[in-house]
Design a protein around this ligand. Sequence first.
Ligand SMILES: *Cc1c(COP(=O)(O)O)cnc(C)c1O
Length: 354
Amino acid sequence: MPSIVPFVGPETLERKRGAAYQTRIGANESAFGAAPSVLAALQREMSRSAWYCDPEHHDLRQKLATTMAVQPQNLVVGEGIDGLLGLIVRAFLNPGETVVSSLGAYPTFNYHVAGFGGRLALVPYSQSCHNDVDALLAKARQTKAKLLYLANPDNPTGTFLGRGVIEQILANLPDDCLFVFDEAYVEFAPQDGLAPLDVSDPRLIRLRTFSKAHGLAGLRVGYGIAHERIIADFNKIRSHFGVGRLSQIAATASLDDPQFIASVIAQVAQGRSDYEDLADRLGLNKIRSLTNFLAIDLESEARSRKMVELLDQRGIFVRRPAVPQLGRFVRITVGQTEERARFCAGFESALKEL
Ligand SMILES: *Cc1c(COP(=O)(O)O)cnc(C)c1O
Protein backbone atom coordinates (compact mmCIF):
# COMPACT_ATOMS: atom_id res chain seq x y z
CA MET A 1 0.00 0.00 0.00
CA PRO A 2 1.42 3.40 -0.94
CA SER A 3 1.90 5.94 1.82
CA ILE A 4 -0.67 8.59 0.93
CA VAL A 5 -1.58 11.77 2.76
CA PRO A 6 -4.79 13.10 1.25
CA PHE A 7 -4.16 16.61 2.61
CA VAL A 8 -1.54 18.39 4.64
CA GLY A 9 -3.67 20.40 7.08
CA PRO A 10 -3.21 24.14 7.60
CA GLU A 11 -2.39 23.39 11.26
CA THR A 12 0.57 21.27 10.11
CA LEU A 13 1.70 24.06 7.80
CA GLU A 14 1.37 26.61 10.60
CA ARG A 15 3.58 24.52 12.88
CA LYS A 16 6.12 24.28 10.07
CA ARG A 17 6.13 28.01 9.27
CA GLY A 18 6.09 28.92 12.97
CA ALA A 19 3.13 31.29 12.74
CA ALA A 20 -0.62 31.17 12.29
CA TYR A 21 -2.18 32.19 8.98
CA GLN A 22 -3.98 35.49 9.02
CA THR A 23 -6.26 34.40 6.19
CA ARG A 24 -7.35 30.76 5.92
CA ILE A 25 -8.96 30.38 2.52
CA GLY A 26 -7.45 27.11 1.32
CA ALA A 27 -9.73 24.30 2.46
CA ASN A 28 -13.18 25.41 1.27
CA GLU A 29 -14.43 25.77 4.82
CA SER A 30 -17.20 28.32 5.30
CA ALA A 31 -15.86 31.77 6.14
CA PHE A 32 -19.39 32.64 7.24
CA GLY A 33 -19.44 30.11 10.05
CA ALA A 34 -22.45 28.36 11.52
CA ALA A 35 -25.78 30.11 12.10
CA PRO A 36 -26.20 31.99 15.42
CA SER A 37 -29.20 29.72 16.04
CA VAL A 38 -26.88 26.71 15.74
CA LEU A 39 -24.38 28.18 18.19
CA ALA A 40 -27.21 28.76 20.65
CA ALA A 41 -28.35 25.14 20.29
CA LEU A 42 -24.77 23.99 20.93
CA GLN A 43 -24.60 26.11 24.10
CA ARG A 44 -27.77 24.50 25.39
CA GLU A 45 -26.47 20.97 24.68
CA MET A 46 -22.94 21.44 26.00
CA SER A 47 -23.70 20.38 29.57
CA ARG A 48 -24.95 17.00 28.33
CA SER A 49 -21.56 16.11 26.85
CA ALA A 50 -21.11 13.36 29.45
CA TRP A 51 -23.70 11.28 27.59
CA TYR A 52 -23.19 9.25 24.44
CA CYS A 53 -24.97 10.43 21.35
CA ASP A 54 -28.01 8.77 19.82
CA PRO A 55 -26.39 5.98 17.76
CA GLU A 56 -29.30 6.05 15.29
CA HIS A 57 -29.09 9.82 14.61
CA HIS A 58 -32.88 9.68 14.84
CA ASP A 59 -33.75 13.37 15.08
CA LEU A 60 -31.27 14.39 12.42
CA ARG A 61 -32.38 11.70 9.98
CA GLN A 62 -36.02 12.57 10.64
CA LYS A 63 -35.36 16.23 9.92
CA LEU A 64 -33.33 15.41 6.80
CA ALA A 65 -36.09 13.09 5.59
CA THR A 66 -38.72 15.81 5.97
CA THR A 67 -36.52 18.44 4.37
CA MET A 68 -35.74 16.27 1.35
CA ALA A 69 -38.97 14.30 1.03
CA VAL A 70 -37.37 10.87 1.41
CA GLN A 71 -37.77 8.24 4.16
CA PRO A 72 -35.39 7.97 7.14
CA GLN A 73 -34.44 4.48 5.94
CA ASN A 74 -33.01 6.12 2.82
CA LEU A 75 -30.49 8.09 4.90
CA VAL A 76 -27.19 7.25 6.54
CA VAL A 77 -25.32 9.76 8.70
CA GLY A 78 -21.57 9.57 9.11
CA GLU A 79 -18.40 11.42 10.08
CA GLY A 80 -18.54 13.74 7.11
CA ILE A 81 -18.54 12.60 3.52
CA ASP A 82 -14.96 11.48 4.18
CA GLY A 83 -16.12 8.94 6.75
CA LEU A 84 -18.89 7.68 4.46
CA LEU A 85 -16.44 7.27 1.57
CA GLY A 86 -14.37 4.98 3.77
CA LEU A 87 -17.45 2.90 4.59
CA ILE A 88 -18.46 2.71 0.93
CA VAL A 89 -15.11 1.31 -0.06
CA ARG A 90 -15.15 -1.12 2.86
CA ALA A 91 -18.68 -2.33 2.12
CA PHE A 92 -18.69 -2.46 -1.66
CA LEU A 93 -15.13 -3.12 -2.83
CA ASN A 94 -12.98 -6.24 -2.60
CA PRO A 95 -9.18 -6.01 -2.78
CA GLY A 96 -8.03 -5.96 -6.40
CA GLU A 97 -11.32 -4.60 -7.74
CA THR A 98 -11.37 -1.39 -9.73
CA VAL A 99 -12.65 2.08 -8.93
CA VAL A 100 -13.03 4.79 -11.55
CA SER A 101 -12.64 8.49 -10.80
CA SER A 102 -11.27 11.64 -12.45
CA LEU A 103 -7.54 12.24 -12.34
CA GLY A 104 -7.15 15.06 -9.82
CA ALA A 105 -10.59 14.66 -8.22
CA TYR A 106 -11.16 14.70 -4.45
CA PRO A 107 -8.17 12.74 -3.08
CA THR A 108 -9.69 11.41 0.15
CA PHE A 109 -11.65 8.89 -1.87
CA ASN A 110 -8.46 7.57 -3.50
CA TYR A 111 -6.90 7.35 -0.05
CA HIS A 112 -9.66 5.01 1.13
CA VAL A 113 -9.46 2.95 -2.07
CA ALA A 114 -5.73 2.43 -1.53
CA GLY A 115 -6.34 1.52 2.11
CA PHE A 116 -8.76 -1.25 1.18
CA GLY A 117 -6.57 -2.64 -1.58
CA GLY A 118 -8.64 -1.36 -4.50
CA ARG A 119 -7.27 -0.47 -7.89
CA LEU A 120 -7.74 3.06 -9.21
CA ALA A 121 -8.45 3.79 -12.86
CA LEU A 122 -8.24 7.57 -13.34
CA VAL A 123 -9.61 9.54 -16.27
CA PRO A 124 -8.32 13.02 -17.23
CA TYR A 125 -10.64 16.03 -17.10
CA SER A 126 -11.84 17.44 -20.42
CA GLN A 127 -10.15 20.47 -22.01
CA SER A 128 -12.72 22.71 -20.30
CA CYS A 129 -11.87 21.17 -16.89
CA HIS A 130 -15.18 19.31 -16.64
CA ASN A 131 -15.45 15.71 -15.52
CA ASP A 132 -15.43 13.72 -18.77
CA VAL A 133 -18.52 11.58 -18.25
CA ASP A 134 -18.25 9.59 -21.49
CA ALA A 135 -14.63 8.71 -20.76
CA LEU A 136 -15.45 7.80 -17.14
CA LEU A 137 -18.19 5.45 -18.31
CA ALA A 138 -15.99 3.89 -21.00
CA LYS A 139 -13.26 3.30 -18.42
CA ALA A 140 -15.77 1.81 -15.96
CA ARG A 141 -17.04 -0.65 -18.57
CA GLN A 142 -13.55 -1.51 -19.78
CA THR A 143 -12.27 -2.23 -16.26
CA LYS A 144 -15.52 -3.79 -14.95
CA ALA A 145 -15.36 -1.20 -12.17
CA LYS A 146 -17.20 -1.77 -8.89
CA LEU A 147 -17.39 1.93 -7.97
CA LEU A 148 -17.62 5.06 -10.10
CA TYR A 149 -16.95 8.30 -8.21
CA LEU A 150 -17.96 11.76 -9.39
CA ALA A 151 -18.12 15.05 -7.47
CA ASN A 152 -20.68 17.56 -8.74
CA PRO A 153 -20.15 20.49 -8.40
CA ASP A 154 -16.56 19.38 -8.72
CA ASN A 155 -13.59 20.01 -6.46
CA PRO A 156 -10.95 21.33 -7.30
CA THR A 157 -12.34 22.81 -10.53
CA GLY A 158 -15.73 24.12 -9.34
CA THR A 159 -17.38 22.98 -12.59
CA PHE A 160 -20.94 21.68 -12.64
CA LEU A 161 -22.78 19.13 -14.79
CA GLY A 162 -26.53 19.63 -15.16
CA ARG A 163 -29.45 17.44 -14.19
CA GLY A 164 -29.03 14.85 -16.97
CA VAL A 165 -25.76 13.50 -15.61
CA ILE A 166 -27.18 10.96 -13.15
CA GLU A 167 -29.54 9.52 -15.72
CA GLN A 168 -26.75 9.32 -18.30
CA ILE A 169 -24.47 7.48 -15.91
CA LEU A 170 -27.08 5.03 -14.61
CA ALA A 171 -28.06 4.19 -18.18
CA ASN A 172 -24.49 3.23 -19.06
CA LEU A 173 -23.04 1.86 -15.84
CA PRO A 174 -21.53 -1.65 -16.00
CA ASP A 175 -23.28 -4.40 -14.02
CA ASP A 176 -22.56 -4.52 -10.31
CA CYS A 177 -21.13 -1.02 -10.19
CA LEU A 178 -22.20 1.52 -7.55
CA PHE A 179 -22.28 5.17 -8.63
CA VAL A 180 -20.97 7.40 -5.83
CA PHE A 181 -22.20 10.94 -6.44
CA ASP A 182 -20.47 13.44 -4.14
CA GLU A 183 -22.57 16.60 -3.76
CA ALA A 184 -20.52 18.38 -1.09
CA TYR A 185 -21.22 21.76 -2.75
CA VAL A 186 -24.82 21.10 -3.77
CA GLU A 187 -26.21 24.10 -1.89
CA PHE A 188 -24.23 26.46 -4.14
CA ALA A 189 -25.49 24.92 -7.38
CA PRO A 190 -28.62 26.16 -9.18
CA GLN A 191 -31.41 24.16 -7.55
CA ASP A 192 -33.29 23.80 -10.85
CA GLY A 193 -30.16 22.18 -12.31
CA LEU A 194 -30.27 19.25 -9.88
CA ALA A 195 -31.70 15.84 -10.66
CA PRO A 196 -34.61 15.10 -8.29
CA LEU A 197 -33.87 12.83 -5.33
CA ASP A 198 -34.86 9.40 -6.52
CA VAL A 199 -33.98 6.51 -4.23
CA SER A 200 -35.47 3.75 -6.38
CA ASP A 201 -32.20 2.70 -8.03
CA PRO A 202 -29.88 0.70 -5.73
CA ARG A 203 -26.87 1.52 -7.94
CA LEU A 204 -26.70 5.16 -6.76
CA ILE A 205 -25.68 6.92 -3.56
CA ARG A 206 -25.65 10.71 -3.22
CA LEU A 207 -23.41 12.20 -0.54
CA ARG A 208 -23.91 15.56 1.14
CA THR A 209 -22.35 17.39 4.06
CA PHE A 210 -22.74 20.04 6.74
CA SER A 211 -19.10 21.05 6.22
CA LYS A 212 -19.52 23.58 3.44
CA ALA A 213 -22.61 25.82 3.22
CA HIS A 214 -23.69 24.92 6.77
CA GLY A 215 -20.32 25.94 8.22
CA LEU A 216 -19.84 22.88 10.45
CA ALA A 217 -16.67 21.28 9.01
CA GLY A 218 -15.11 20.92 12.48
CA LEU A 219 -18.08 18.91 13.79
CA ARG A 220 -17.93 16.18 11.11
CA VAL A 221 -21.43 15.47 9.84
CA GLY A 222 -22.23 14.14 6.40
CA TYR A 223 -25.01 11.97 5.03
CA GLY A 224 -25.81 9.63 2.19
CA ILE A 225 -29.12 9.33 0.36
CA ALA A 226 -29.79 5.96 -1.30
CA HIS A 227 -32.04 2.96 -1.78
CA GLU A 228 -32.73 1.35 1.60
CA ARG A 229 -30.80 -1.78 0.63
CA ILE A 230 -27.64 0.31 0.35
CA ILE A 231 -28.37 2.10 3.63
CA ALA A 232 -28.90 -1.26 5.37
CA ASP A 233 -25.37 -2.28 4.35
CA PHE A 234 -23.93 0.82 6.04
CA ASN A 235 -25.75 -0.08 9.22
CA LYS A 236 -23.87 -3.38 9.38
CA ILE A 237 -20.47 -1.72 9.54
CA ARG A 238 -20.74 1.93 10.54
CA SER A 239 -19.39 3.41 13.74
CA HIS A 240 -22.26 4.10 16.14
CA PHE A 241 -20.90 6.95 18.21
CA GLY A 242 -18.74 8.64 15.59
CA VAL A 243 -21.04 11.61 15.04
CA GLY A 244 -21.20 13.05 18.55
CA ARG A 245 -24.07 14.69 20.44
CA LEU A 246 -23.02 18.23 19.68
CA SER A 247 -22.52 17.43 16.01
CA GLN A 248 -25.99 15.92 15.68
CA ILE A 249 -27.61 18.83 17.54
CA ALA A 250 -25.78 21.39 15.39
CA ALA A 251 -26.69 19.74 12.10
CA THR A 252 -30.34 19.36 13.09
CA ALA A 253 -30.52 23.00 14.19
CA SER A 254 -28.90 24.15 10.97
CA LEU A 255 -31.67 22.52 8.92
CA ASP A 256 -34.09 24.67 10.89
CA ASP A 257 -32.41 27.87 9.71
CA PRO A 258 -32.70 27.90 5.91
CA GLN A 259 -32.62 31.70 5.95
CA PHE A 260 -29.09 31.66 7.27
CA ILE A 261 -27.98 29.20 4.58
CA ALA A 262 -29.61 31.36 1.92
CA SER A 263 -27.61 34.34 3.16
CA VAL A 264 -24.39 32.30 3.06
CA ILE A 265 -25.13 31.26 -0.52
CA ALA A 266 -25.72 34.91 -1.52
CA GLN A 267 -22.52 36.08 0.17
CA VAL A 268 -20.54 33.30 -1.48
CA ALA A 269 -21.88 34.29 -4.91
CA GLN A 270 -20.80 37.88 -4.24
CA GLY A 271 -17.37 36.76 -3.06
CA ARG A 272 -16.84 34.54 -6.07
CA SER A 273 -17.65 37.40 -8.36
CA ASP A 274 -15.11 39.59 -6.50
CA TYR A 275 -12.47 36.95 -7.24
CA GLU A 276 -13.58 36.74 -10.87
CA ASP A 277 -13.28 40.52 -11.18
CA LEU A 278 -9.77 40.33 -9.75
CA ALA A 279 -8.74 37.68 -12.27
CA ASP A 280 -10.28 39.69 -15.13
CA ARG A 281 -8.53 42.88 -14.03
CA LEU A 282 -5.19 41.08 -13.88
CA GLY A 283 -5.74 39.38 -17.25
CA LEU A 284 -5.88 35.85 -15.82
CA ASN A 285 -8.27 33.07 -16.81
CA LYS A 286 -10.44 31.31 -14.27
CA ILE A 287 -12.76 28.33 -14.30
CA ARG A 288 -16.42 29.20 -13.96
CA SER A 289 -17.36 27.84 -10.54
CA LEU A 290 -20.59 26.92 -8.81
CA THR A 291 -19.01 26.36 -5.41
CA ASN A 292 -17.52 28.41 -2.57
CA PHE A 293 -14.13 28.60 -4.30
CA LEU A 294 -12.56 29.74 -7.56
CA ALA A 295 -9.63 28.26 -9.48
CA ILE A 296 -7.47 30.96 -11.10
CA ASP A 297 -5.10 30.10 -13.94
CA LEU A 298 -1.47 31.12 -13.35
CA GLU A 299 -0.51 29.75 -16.76
CA SER A 300 2.13 27.29 -15.55
CA GLU A 301 2.68 24.85 -12.75
CA ALA A 302 5.86 26.66 -11.68
CA ARG A 303 4.04 29.97 -11.39
CA SER A 304 1.13 28.46 -9.49
CA ARG A 305 3.50 26.75 -7.06
CA LYS A 306 5.37 30.01 -6.53
CA MET A 307 2.10 31.89 -6.03
CA VAL A 308 1.07 29.57 -3.19
CA GLU A 309 4.47 30.17 -1.61
CA LEU A 310 4.27 33.96 -1.98
CA LEU A 311 0.78 34.01 -0.51
CA ASP A 312 2.02 31.84 2.37
CA GLN A 313 4.69 34.44 3.08
CA ARG A 314 1.89 37.01 3.27
CA GLY A 315 -0.02 34.93 5.82
CA ILE A 316 -2.58 33.66 3.33
CA PHE A 317 -3.35 29.92 3.09
CA VAL A 318 -4.57 28.64 -0.30
CA ARG A 319 -4.11 25.33 -2.09
CA ARG A 320 -3.35 24.20 -5.62
CA PRO A 321 -4.34 20.98 -7.36
CA ALA A 322 -1.58 18.38 -7.35
CA VAL A 323 -2.03 16.75 -10.78
CA PRO A 324 -0.24 18.15 -13.86
CA GLN A 325 -3.40 18.79 -15.88
CA LEU A 326 -4.71 21.20 -13.22
CA GLY A 327 -1.35 22.22 -11.77
CA ARG A 328 -1.38 25.71 -13.25
CA PHE A 329 -4.33 26.75 -11.09
CA VAL A 330 -4.55 28.05 -7.54
CA ARG A 331 -7.81 27.37 -5.71
CA ILE A 332 -9.11 30.11 -3.45
CA THR A 333 -12.00 29.70 -1.03
CA VAL A 334 -14.45 32.60 -0.77
CA GLY A 335 -13.65 34.50 2.42
CA GLN A 336 -15.50 37.26 4.23
CA THR A 337 -15.27 40.78 2.79
CA GLU A 338 -12.10 41.72 4.72
CA GLU A 339 -10.46 38.38 3.93
CA ARG A 340 -11.19 38.86 0.25
CA ALA A 341 -9.72 42.35 0.35
CA ARG A 342 -6.57 41.01 2.02
CA PHE A 343 -6.36 38.20 -0.51
CA CYS A 344 -6.86 40.48 -3.51
CA ALA A 345 -4.12 42.87 -2.31
CA GLY A 346 -1.78 39.97 -1.49
CA PHE A 347 -2.43 38.22 -4.79
CA GLU A 348 -1.81 41.37 -6.81
CA SER A 349 1.47 42.13 -5.08
CA ALA A 350 2.58 38.48 -5.33
CA LEU A 351 1.79 38.49 -9.05
CA LYS A 352 4.16 41.44 -9.54
CA GLU A 353 6.85 39.43 -7.76
CA LEU A 354 6.30 36.30 -9.92
C1 LIG B 1 -15.01 19.15 1.28
C2 LIG B 1 -15.33 17.96 0.49
C3 LIG B 1 -15.69 16.78 1.11
C4 LIG B 1 -15.54 16.60 2.59
O1 LIG B 1 -16.70 16.61 3.24
P1 LIG B 1 -16.76 16.24 4.80
O2 LIG B 1 -18.20 16.06 4.98
O3 LIG B 1 -16.17 17.39 5.54
O4 LIG B 1 -15.97 15.00 5.00
C5 LIG B 1 -16.10 15.71 0.33
N1 LIG B 1 -16.09 15.79 -1.00
C6 LIG B 1 -15.73 16.91 -1.64
C7 LIG B 1 -15.75 16.96 -3.13
C8 LIG B 1 -15.30 18.02 -0.91
O5 LIG B 1 -14.85 19.10 -1.53
